[in-house]
Design a protein around this ligand. Structure first.
Ligand code: V07
Length: 258
């Protein structure tokens, strides 16, 4: 009898993820979710593994999260993979991280293509190693006509530098007469940012217990919902993403009710 209950419970649990997805899809889901994937080094340290082992494990979670985001019908998933500050880390760690895009795409690009995912990147390309940039550009080219989820990697990205560059381009366009002072509003300014083709994120997720933005999408996150968790990025599961979206939907409902 106990065995039978256990079997029933297991079967029930394995269908829970699909059920939860269907349940969540009954309400509006966020169109654009941005994630600060923090805690990979800490995950490794807890296991007495080198930090790079945490980054590698984190890469697998990128794949799972992408597939679920696509299933849920999100339009854009922006992932903070490497900040302009991250160059300060030990050289061997940076060298390893810069090989992850190639490894990720070498393994998962066919799956992304099969699932109609479009790969994009925002950040300063010129400082990236050639091999890293080549792999990403190849993936962007191969997926440019895909119409499903946009998987947008923030890589060598920093928000203040992005805003400053936008201001400089605005000055340029002003000086050359393309832009008039009266035409510059929030929407027009947004078009000078690296996210010009995307709607602002509806939801920001940050893992690993840090409650700060760390120079990530400062302009774009002005009106977004924030969801923070102590879970380390390599431990971030489908259930965690679904929970974040559920919380988002509850907040939206309350907001809509007033
Ligand atoms: C990186 C794994 C995830 C946790 C955070 C840090 C380490 C996937 C990519 C990637 C980037 C571009 C692309 C395809 C995959 C990646 C970096 C770090 C730099 F087109 N994971 N991942 N890139 N980590």
């Amino acid at each position: 009898m106990l065995n039978k209950i256990k079997i029933w419970k297991n079967q029930n649990n394995s269908s829970t993820l699909r059920d939860k997805i269907e349940e969540i899809k009954k309400l509006p889901v966020p169109e654009h979710v941005a994630i600060i994937m923090d805690g990979n080094g800490r995950w490794a340290k807890k296991r007495a593994l080198p930090r790079i082992a945490g980054h590698h494990e984190g890469m697998k979670v990128v794949r799972k999260t992408t597939m679920l985001a696509n299933d849920l019908g999100l339009k854009v998933l922006t992932l903070y993979a490497f900040s302009t500050e991250n160059w300060k880390r030990p050289k061997n760690e940076v060298d390893y991280i810069m090989k992850l895009p190639e490894e990720f795409l070498g393994t998962f690009l066919p799956e992304l293509v099969a699932n109609n995912v479009q790969v994009k990147m925002m950040g300063y390309k010129h400082q990236l190693p050639k091999h890293t940039l080549n792999a990403i550009e190849k993936a962007m080219e191969q997926t440019k006509n895909n119409t499903g989820l946009v998987l947008n990697f923030a890589l060598n990205y920093g928000s203040r530098a992005e805003i400053l560059d936008a201001v400089k381009q605005v000055l340029n366009d002003y000086n050359s007469g393309i832009l008039k002072e009266t035409d510059l509003n929030e929407e027009a300014f947004s078009s000078y940012l690296m996210t010009s083709n995307f709607k602002d994120p509806d939801l920001l997720i940050r893992t690993s217990g840090e409650i700060r933005l760390s120079n990530f999408m400062l302009w774009q996150l002005a009106y977004s919902e924030f969801w923070f968790t102590d879970v380390l990025w390599p431990d971030f599961s489908e259930d965690h993403l679904l929970e974040a979206i559920e919380v988002f939907q509850k907040r939206q409902r309350r907001f809509g009710g007033i």
